[in-house]
Design a protein around this ligand. Sequence first.
Ligand code: GLP
Length: 248
Amino acid sequence: MDITVFPGANQLAAAVAERLAGHLCRARSLVLGLPTGRTPLGFYRNLVRIAREGRVDFSGATTFNLDEFLGLGPEEPGSYRQYMERHFFRFVNIDRRNIHFLDGSTPDPEGECARYERAIAEAGGIDVQILGIGSNGHIGFNEPADHLTARSHVVRLRPETRRANAALFAGDADRVPHQALSMGMATILHARTIVLMATGSEKAGCVSAMVEGPLTTRTPASFLQLHPDVHVMLDQAAARKLADQVRF
Ligand code: GLP
């Protein structure tokens, strides 16, 4: 894993956004895998700024988001789709036909997951997958468990994950759906390049388990060690438990 430690979250967000904008200038038709959560907010803010400065063009880009709550349609305020509209999509010139999402309002979750896998394959696979990490070591919504699932699937969310997502539901964890649809481990690991961002001291434990721990389904992010092109972007707080610190 290639690890970069930034002095703070703002520098990290700006650097990852500049790097992605650079990729898009070289290859306009990139297929991007995108995350939600608090961590990528600064990244999206910077990408929108770079777009306003006229230095990046999303018109040829295709996006696939990692996950969505089951039971929530794309118009529901708590949905990840609405998060993406609020923080990113509505500010950039992405062709809306190229925005892909798991549909949380589907009556057929398994069929919806199979459709999503086909859509990713038809787009030629994901070029750059941006990830956050849950403090329990999850990526997407692949929660710690005895077994992990390779492809997009229905997941039951753990209580700590529902609490971590409460902000989308006016701070009320009880309103966070119990289930979600998520890309699977293979869907993520088949991306050509993976960029994982983690900030804050509450992520220090899972970052150390991901980078230095054994491969275990108890830390789904540890499987990223198998991928040949993973870039881990950390602030100092998230890096503080790593044995060998890499400085920016
Ligand atoms: C959420 C998302 C993940 C995200 C993670 C961390 O549940 N499903 O994709 O990476 O939790 O979120 P945060 O950045 O808010 O800590």
